[in-house]
Design a protein around this ligand. Structure first.
Ligand SMILES: [Zn+2]
Ligand SMILES: [Zn+2]
Length: 401
């Protein structure tokens, strides 16, 4: 596959960075070593560095050598997961209970590779913002950067991000307009009854019959209440009650997530969920405490930027390697917060190859990022810059005119 030679030549270096980061994983908002390494590398290539954005986030600013004032952002995530690594290769995690099991080590290394190449060549018109974000795994690091003035300080006419995808082969990319990944909302329900002796349930209010009926009611929301052409996933992942065989518990706790692909479905599921919880609790004489938290919005690619990214990737991988109709995933991504601020696209790059762990799903103790994907990812990012930042007026002037 025609990854440019100068980018392919960066492979050994990118692999070394990636394995170093993999061996030293850091949790969200604790990426001190990683962001320090990123800042040091960017600065050594003459890129202007701004650290401490959204706590441990870093932005590098690089001006092209051709006239043009269009600006784009390229984003990578830096955080690891709180889980043990079960691999035993040389670059395995050195920190017990912390692991790069989502490939953010690889995303960081490939954006560094793209930055190094672009800093050497600067063959574009305008400005590239290299955005290294903290805390993607459930902690909304992208939102932290946005709220810390990311796009006010570093305006972007378009922003691009990517993620490896073990279920697709290396050399294949899924790039589509519209919804790529789901919105994720968290719920925590506490149903409060009144404890009693297991021999005399009538002297208390047993919360379990209400809780089990609520569980069943929640299962029927997706199957009976919403349009079957839409997508919603409701998963109760925790169900806790009781401490003894002879005591009826005081309360039941249920926790989980709801994932949807459109704002309309998201609002409908939240309303139906609240109705089921309060109605079922009332029918059983239970009090209810409900914590419903809207987390990541859906990740929605704008058509123009999705088309540009697909064409850029096709130049490297061939048109037949681009899956434009790949189905939306029900996982979530906090790059969605950046896509609420600027047009852009999120690319999914296949990574299953010969390398150990490259076909293992993310968030698994045996996962590893495939180093063969590093030049492909860096090459795609560089090509996006070259296609985006040709010599031309900024988009907002074109639209105004
Ligand atoms: Zn992840
Ligand atoms: Zn991830």
């Amino acid at each position: 596959m025609p990854v440019p030679d100068r980018i392919a030549a960066l492979s050994p270096e990118m692999t070394a960075w990636r394995r170093d980061i993999h061996a030293h994983p850091e949790l969200g908002f604790e990426e001190v070593r990683t962001s320090g390494l990123v800042a040091e590398k960017l600065a050594s290539w003459g890129i202007e560095v701004h650290a401490g954005i959204g706590r441990t986030g870093v932005v590098g600013v690089l001006q092209g050598r051709h006239a043009g004032n269009r600006r784009i952002g390229l984003r990578a995530d830096m955080d690891a997961l709180p889980m043990p690594e079960t691999n035993d290769f040389a670059h395995r995690s050195t920190r017990p209970g912390v692991m790069h099991a989502c490939g953010h080590d690889g995303h960081t290394a490939m954006l560094l590779g793209a930055a190094k190449h672009l800093a050497e060549t600067r063959d574009f018109a305008g400005v590239v913002h290299f955005i290294f974000q903290p805390a993607e795994e459930g902690l909304t690091g992208a939102l932290a950067m946005v709220q810390d003035g990311l796009f006010r300080r570093f305006p972007c006419d378009a922003v691009y991000g990517l993620h490896n995808l073990p279920q697709l082969p290396l050399g294949v990319a899924a790039i589509r307009p519209g919804t790529v990944l789901a919105a994720v909302d968290y719920f925590a329900i506490r149903l409060l009854g009144r404890s009693s002796h297991g021999a005399e349930p009538h002297r208390g209010i047993d919360p379990l019959p209400g809780a089990t009926q609520l569980y069943a009611a929640l299962q029927s929301l997706v199957s009976r209440r919403v349009d079957p052409h839409g997508t919603a996933v409701l998963s109760v992942a925790q169900f806790h009650a009781g401490t003894s065989d002879i005591v009826i518990p005081e309360s039941v706790e249920m926790r989980g997530t709801i994932r949807t692909l459109t704002p309309e479905m998201r609002a409908q599921m939240e309303a139906l969920f609240r109705q089921a919880v309060t109605g079922t609790a009332a029918a059983h004489g239970l009090e209810v405490e409900l914590d419903y938290r809207r987390s990541y919005p859906p990740t929605i690619n704008t058509p123009q930027e999705a088309a540009l990214a697909a064409e850029a990737a096709a130049k490297l991988l061939g048109a037949e390697a681009i899956r434009g109709d790949f189905p939306s995933l029900t996982a979530g991504e906090d790059f969605s917060y950046m896509l609420q601020e600027a047009p852009g696209a999120f690319l999914l790059l296949g990574q299953a190859g010969e390398a150990e762990g490259s076909a293992v799903p993310v968030h698994n103790g045996r996962y590893d990022f495939n180093d063969d994907l590093l030049p492909i990812g860096a090459g795609c990012l560089v090509q996006i810059v070259q296609d985006e930042l040709r010599d031309r007026a900024p988009l907002h002037e074109q639209r105004a005119g």
